[in-house]
Design a protein around this ligand. Sequence first.
Ligand SMILES: [Zn+2]
Length: 457
Amino acid sequence: MKNIYLLIVVLFKIGLAFPQSDENIIHNIYNEQLTNSPIYDNLRYLSKEIGHRISGSEQLEKAIVYTRDLMNQYQFDSVYLQPVEVSNWQRGNKEIVRFIDSTYLNRNLNCIALGNSVGTTEEGVEGQVIEVQGLNELEKMDESLVNGKIVFLNESMDKTCINTFNAYNKVSIQREQGATKASKKGAIAVIVRSLAINNDDFPRTGYMAYEKGAKKIPAVAISTNDADLLSKLLKEESTIKVYIKLNCQTNPNVHSFNVIGEIIGSQYPDEIIVVGGHLDSWDVGEGAHDDGGGCLQAIEVLRTFKQLKINPKHTLRVVLWNDEENSWGGNITYAEKNKQTNKKHLAALESDMGVFTPIGFNIDTDNQKEFEKIISRKHLFEPYQIYQFKKGHAGADIAPLKKEGTTLIGLITDSQRYHTLHHSENDTFDKVNKRELELGAAAMTSMIYLIDKYSFD
Ligand SMILES: [Zn+2]
């Protein structure tokens, strides 16, 4: 009996001496996330106790301190704040878009100013509305039809697109450039249909910008339901007038930080594998999906390495970028500052597509050999129902690293629900599924584990 016991002990010890298979390690990573992860509670705190956090806001500063403290609590080798200058656009009081014809009972439309828009004057602006289906139609339109009017850009997201990001990318240009294109033809303001795949009463904000030298006119989004209503009424009565009052303004840039934590590589400390998301959000909802969940998943990658005692060969660095939504202040500065060091980014992974069920990875690289290496291990993800490995856009925050030759990777999630809540009051913690959030963190950790082990040698 004693001999059998000894034999078991010896076998057990021998077993430990053998390196674990990739399958085993990935299995352990998933188990850690699904049974022991603090991520859901952390996201609850970030969403409910801190809330939305536009760059330049007090809430974002609180989120910076919170996530830095988390990384310290998890005992990463190095945790620090990287100074960056960020934009400081403020919405001010609630905006107004209203019919001014008594036929429509002076009804208010559900609206929200677009990020970076100028405000109106104190009196607001009013004018006749002309509807166009996107920028191409506007470009072709005679100036005399647009001059002095409010342009209503009503191109909708294509509901037949299965990947809703494709639908979003097709029409987001009208939100981003609509004001510039309309002002060139003499428009006094633009109203943009919210970028949503569904019909509801929640307006969506988002990035817009004025071309250099263009006259800055106010830009506001209305909900998809109200866009349909306005369009219907314009067909009945083309001289409908609308009143717009926006109270937003762009203040001087402010000093803030990217939040960074590292596990130092055992063999190649100066070669970096980055994982991250953006800590800022729009100033509505709670920024739970966009991109609070993505940031906390990135922190989980390093925490899981530590918890499972996996020693990376390369330095793993989590970066929570500042000011992705408004001006890319955080990610451009990050890439530039790194150039001044002797450290090289091998790969960068971002989670910024909503924290829904992970289904794959977009890979953006000119390095065909590395692309094939990543693809060659996709079978390891099959037990976890992750099948999509393809070339594609990886993420806005890691995009500036492309010039350096870094292989960029983006976590792909099931997009069906994202564009029902993106950039709206509905991006809140209760819309996050705990299990989906954890599965995303596990998929990211597994990918980083494989890249650290096999790539770039
Ligand atoms: Zn985002």
